[in-house]
Design a protein around this ligand. Sequence first.
Ligand code: ZN
Length: 67
Amino acid sequence: MPTLLENKVLRARVYCPICTHTVEAEVAAAATNSHRKLRVVEGQKCRRCLTLLDAAYILEVAGPLNG
Ligand SMILES: [Zn+2]
């Protein structure tokens, strides 16, 4: 049964490998066993080059969406 910690959506800065710019995106924190993983929420597009950000690197987590 999922807990509140799983699939928590955060706002982060990610590096788009296509246009090599840093853009804001939403990332999801999934708790698996003892360590947490961050991944970019699927379906988001880079606002500069409109490429899907699924393969983007997460550079920095800015904080919760509602924070
Ligand atoms: Zn881009």
